[in-house]
Each structure stands twice: as C-alpha cells, then as structure tokens.
Write a protein that binds this ligand. Structure first.
Ligand SMILES: *[C@@H]1O[C@H](CO)[C@@H](O)[C@H](O)[C@H]1NC(C)=O
Ligand SMILES: *[C@@H]1O[C@H](CO)[C@@H](O)[C@H](O)[C@H]1NC(C)=O
Ligand SMILES: *[C@@H]1O[C@H](CO)[C@@H](O)[C@H](O)[C@H]1NC(C)=O
Ligand SMILES: *[C@@H]1O[C@H](CO)[C@@H](O)[C@H](O)[C@H]1NC(C)=O
Ligand SMILES: *[C@@H]1O[C@H](CO)[C@@H](O)[C@H](O)[C@H]1NC(C)=O
Ligand SMILES: *[C@@H]1O[C@H](CO)[C@@H](O)[C@H](O)[C@H]1NC(C)=O
Ligand SMILES: *[C@@H]1O[C@H](CO)[C@@H](O)[C@H](O)[C@H]1NC(C)=O
Ligand SMILES: *[C@@H]1O[C@H](CO)[C@@H](O)[C@H](O)[C@H]1NC(C)=O
Ligand SMILES: *[C@@H]1O[C@H](CO)[C@@H](O)[C@H](O)[C@H]1NC(C)=O
Ligand SMILES: *[C@@H]1O[C@H](CO)[C@@H](O)[C@H](O)[C@H]1NC(C)=O
Ligand SMILES: *[C@@H]1O[C@H](CO)[C@@H](O)[C@H](O)[C@H]1NC(C)=O
Length: 445
C-alpha cells in the first residue's frame, strides 16, 4: 500500500556542492568528491509500529516506548511500505586509471545516529579541527579506491518519510539495493562498478548484512565494522543516551516529526562509542554537536540474523574495547576464553558459506573506530585486506600505484555538471516479514 510522508528536511543537491567544497571543515573530503542525490524506488514488508506518543517528552518515557519493541514484534503484524525517495550520497571517484580489469567501489553505510559524514572525518563544523586522520574516504582515495557514502533513508540529507512505519531496516536496505543496482548499471559517475564492496559501521553493518540476506550477490565483499553477533552490551548503555524527540534536542531537527529521536546526553553517548582516552578529547564534543537522528522504526524492526546466503569474503573489524558489540563484558580483548572466543571471532558462524571469514580488532578503540587515534592503522589494515582480495582500486589489475598525497584543496577537479544525479528504480523485492521472527531483536544500534 502506498503511503504519504513528509519530506521536511533539507535535501542536498548538486548546487550544494560548491558550498561543500568551499567549507574549510570539509578538508577531510578529498577535492574530487561531490554530493549527489540518487532517486530510488523501494518497497519493504515493514513491521507495524505505533507512533511515538505525543506525551513522550522525557528520556524515561521515550525509553519506555522503545522497550515495547519486542512485544510489538511478537504481534507479527506487517504492512508493505513503498515509495520513491531521495538518497543523499557523497561520490568520490578513484583518482587514477590503471589496468582496467575491474571497477571496484566502496559503498559506505553509517551507523545509527550518524550520517555519511562518519566517513568524512565527522564533517565537524569546528574549522580548527583537522578531520583528515579520521577520514575514511580520504584514506581510500589515497589507496585509489572510489567511494560512495550515503545517508540512509530517514537520515542526514536523505528523504524523511514516516519515522515509525517507513524508516525501518527492510525498507532502508531495499533503498540501498537500488543504489547498488545504479552503481552496477553505470548510472553513477559514468562507470559501471562491477564489484561493490559493502562497508558498514554498526547499524549500517547490520543493514548491509540484512541486505545481503535478501540479495546475496549484491556485494563482492562484505566489510563490517562495529559489528558482531551480539549487541547486548548496548542495552544498559542506551538508557543513558537520553533519547528525546529530536526537535527537543536541537533546532537542527525542528522540522522533523517527533518520531525522529536524538540523544540528549553527551556523556552517555561517549561512554558507548569511545574508549578510555584513546581519542582526541574534542571529538566526542563535536560528535555530539553534529549527531544525527534515530527513527523509532529503526530499532523496532532490527533483527540480527545469520547470512548463510552469502558466499563471498567477509572481514569483520571492531574496536578491541567496543562496549556495544563485545557482549556483556563490554570488551573483546578480555572476553572469557580469550580473543578467539570473543563475539567478534565467533561471528564467523553468521557466515557459514562465506568464501573466507577474517576478523581483527581495531587497536585501543571503542565502538566508533573511525574516531580513535588508531584510525589510520585501522584504515590501512582494512585496505590491505581489500587490496589482497580485490587487487587495488581505480579499475586496477593489481598494479595500480597509490596516491600518496590526495589533495584537500577546495577547488574541485571535476565540475559538478559532469556527474548526473542518477534516477533509477530497483526491481522491487518484498521481503518476507514472517521469516524475520526467528532472529534476535536488537533494541539498538
Ligand atoms: C546536508 O545539507 C546541508 C545543506 O546543504 C549541509 O550543510 C550538510 O553538511 C549536509 N549534511 C550531510 C550529512 O550531507
Ligand atoms: C501518555 O498518555 C497516555 C494516554 O493518554 C498515558 O497512558 C501515559 O501514561 C502517558 N505517558 C506519560 C509519560 O505521561
Ligand atoms: C527529492 O528532492 C527534490 C529536489 O530537492 C524534491 O523536490 C523532492 O520533493 C524530494 N523528494 C522526496 C521524496 O524527498
Ligand atoms: C596491468 O595493467 C597495466 C596497464 O594496462 C599493464 O601495463 C600491466 O602489465 C598489467 N599487469 C598485469 C599483472 O596484468
Ligand atoms: C575546535 O577544535 C580545537 C582543536 O581541535 C579545540 O581546541 C577547540 O576547543 C574547538 N572549539 C570548539 C568551539 O569546539
Ligand atoms: C548521562 O550519561 C552518564 C554516563 O552514562 C550517566 O552517568 C548519567 O546518569 C546520564 N545522565 C542523565 C541525565 O541521564
Ligand atoms: C585507561 O587509561 C589509563 C591511562 O592510560 C590506564 O591507567 C587505565 O588502566 C585505563 N583503563 C582501562 C579500563 O583500561
Ligand atoms: C566463551 O564465551 C562464552 C560466551 O561469553 C562463555 O559462555 C564461555 O564460557 C566462553 N568459553 C571459555 C572457554 O571461556
Ligand atoms: C593492531 O596492532 C597490531 C600490532 O601492532 C597489528 O599487528 C594489527 O594489525 C593492528 N590491528 C589493526 C586492525 O589495525
Ligand atoms: C606528501 O605530503 C607531505 C606533506 O605535504 C610531504 O611531506 C610528503 O613528502 C609528500 N609525499 C609524497 C610522496 O609526495
Ligand atoms: C507471522 O505471520 C506470517 C504471515 O503474515 C506467518 O507466515 C508467520 O508464520 C507468522 N510468524 C509467527 C512467528 O507467528
């Protein structure tokens, strides 16, 4: 059944590119990057979720509401939600051409309460802060990989439909599926990307794993960060996030319906996402100031399940002291039975038919691995794995030279008009809701 929705958020368009590139705080974006809008048509068999009660105006009341998610799922009521949406994306083509046998692109999907800026060193507005060491996309450019980082449906500058009925994992993943089809069809950057590497953080990893269940050949490789088979560590932490309707937290969310939540407790966020001083202390401050939203539909339909359908390679990297995904001990290094018994190691059982399963821990890191001092080492480790499996970026046959110095000047090397915002429509795949009930409901992100 079609639905109506409000689109109240500012949508970035190509005309916003100039502003993006002129802002000094965007140095963490290599200069060839462009913000684009992709049109997707998608459909999902979503959970029927009640709206956030209008009197839920305190963190306790919001938590009480979120606490009904498990009981709500047990009602086993679903409805098909479909529509055409804008997905805001940041596209960075590979800097050099060499070889030419494969076209590889990294598709980057942020975690809950973040946006695509998670991959751009945070996109923080503080101009004295140098985000370059924390910019995944800058690092990937130096290794000659193209990237497309997106705002998930209902997040960042993408469309904001009904936060309860529409912004749920199944519909979000079908939107990403449409983006993958556009990448493969050459509708983005005039390049047909035959090998799309899925790279997620946290809820983004969960969504990419979910997408792979339903479309097993979409990814050429699956790289999951801030992920494991056990997010239970987050349950006691999220109580201190201080979730409130976003408009009560920041004027940035004034135009959004109340079902778009934001965190009101900076300390609570930091405790969950950061590890013991292993980060620039200004980062959690800026991170909180620029936080994104969580739509109430996101936790209500978030089921964690194995991905036996997938037969490609998997790499899992989470922080060694990730409080969210290391289980009740909040620490993968000190897990009972040692590292090889940690949640990260044992998540191999989620991918029983994968060609390979590799895992490692980001050093001295909490959940948001991109924002710790070890970020460059972690980016390097992951790209070494990608090089070994996919032979270098930039249409490379494995002999592509690295770009040791990507420029971060503010002038674009390509004009926005060379890139056409793609309009595409995915084959609409309605996922069987009944099959979801077997998984574990993950209360949060
Ligand atoms: C969203 O768009 C606004 C206005 O163009 C821009 O300032 C902001 O950086 C964008 N955010 C993201 C995550 O793209
Ligand atoms: C909100 O209103 C409903 C019914 O009107 C009531 O049952 C509930 O207790 C109220 N919740 C809060 C937090 O006031
Ligand atoms: C998509 O973006 C265009 C251009 O900004 C806007 O006119 C349209 O309403 C948006 N559609 C949705 C579904 O958000
Ligand atoms: C890779 O491509 C380059 C440029 O086309 C070519 O010179 C080189 O021999 C190729 N290397 C291999 C291993 O095929
Ligand atoms: C901006 O960042 C600098 C250094 O990274 C820090 O010293 C300063 O306190 C920050 N200013 C604000 C207003 O956050
Ligand atoms: C904010 O989070 C901190 C750390 O988790 C917690 O100790 C504190 O009680 C929270 N504050 C509120 C008002 O919830
Ligand atoms: C946190 O860091 C301090 C200083 O490096 C160290 O003494 C302390 O043991 C660390 N705490 C934990 C829980 O690792
Ligand atoms: C491995 O971890 C599980 C779950 O935390 C625990 O029950 C089990 O005792 C651990 N194994 C060893 C050998 O410590
Ligand atoms: C962590 O550090 C060790 C030792 O320096 C290194 O071998 C490993 O690759 C690092 N892990 C990651 C994910 O960077
Ligand atoms: C890269 O840039 C840095 C800083 O500008 C410079 O020190 C270094 O020599 C450059 N490296 C190469 C390979 O050009
Ligand atoms: C949920 O409902 C579907 C039909 O809509 C049914 O196939 C499935 O068995 C039900 N699951 C449970 C656990 O009741």
């Amino acid at each position: 059944m079609p639905f109506t929705y409000r689109s109240t958020h500012v949508i970035a368009t190509l005309s916003a590119v100039a502003a993006l590139l002129l802002s000094p705080s965007r140095a963490a974006n290599p200069s060839q990057c462009q913000d684009i809008v992709l049109t997707v048509s998608a459909s999902g068999d979503n959970v029927v979720v009640p709206p956030l009660p209008s009197n839920a105006t305190t963190p306790a009341a919001v938590n009480d509401f979120l606490g009904t998610a498990t009981a709500n799922l047990a009602l086993n009521k679903s409805q098909i939600e479909s529509g055409t949406f804008n997905i805001s994306a940041r596209y960075c083509p590979a800097l050099s051409r060499c070889g030419g046998q494969k076209e590889v692109i990294e598709l980057l999907v942020h975690g809950g309460s973040y946006t695509k800026d998670y991959w751009s060193g945070g996109g923080f507005t503080n101009t004295s802060f140098n985000g370059d060491p924390y910019s995944w996309i800058k690092y990937a450019s130096e290794r000659n990989y193209a990237t497309l980082s997106i705002d998930e449906l209902g997040n960042g500058n993408s469309s904001h439909p009904d936060p309860a009925q529409d912004v749920q994992p199944l519909l979000e993943t079908e939107c990403i599926h449409s983006v993958v089809e556009q990448l493969k069809a050459g509708q983005i950057g005039n390049t047909a990307y035959s090998e799309v590497l899925f790279i997620g953080h946290s809820f983004g990893s969960q969504n990419l794993a979910r997408l792979t269940q339903n479309h097993p050949t979409d990814p050429a490789g699956l790289i999951l960060t801030g992920y494991s088979d056990d997010f239970s560590g987050n349950i006691p932490l999220q109580v201190n996030f201080g979730y409130l309707p976003g408009d009560l937290v920041s004027p940035r969310f004034a135009d959004l319906p109340g079902g778009y939540l934001a965190m009101s407790n900076r300390t609570g966020r930091s405790v969950a996402f950061y590890y013991n001083g292993s980060y620039d202390p200004i980062i959690p401050v800026l991170d909180f100031e620029t936080e994104g939203t969580v739509a109430i539909g996101e936790p209500f339909g978030n089921i964690l399940k194995p991905v036996p359908q997938y037969t490609g390679p998997v790499l899992l990297v989470s922080g060694d002291h990730d409080a969210v995904v290391c289980g009740t001990g909040h620490d993968c290094l000190t897990a009972p039975g040692g590292l090889t018994n940690s949640t990260v190691a044992r998540t191999s059982s989620f991918f029983p038919n994968a060609a390979s399963f590799a895992y490692n821990l980001a050093n001295s890191s909490g959940h948001s691995i991109n924002f710790h001092y070890s970020s460059q080492q972690t980016f390097g480790y992951i790209h070494d794995w990608i090089d070994a499996k996919f032979g270098g970026g930039g249409g490379s046959n494995g002999t592509c030279p690295k770009n040791s110095n990507t420029t971060t000047t503010n002038s674009p090397t390509t004009t926005p008009s060379t890139l056409v915002a793609a309009t595409g429509s995915a084959a609409i795949n309605v996922v069987n809701f009944g099959a979801m009930a077997a998984g574990l409901l993950v209360f949060l992100l």
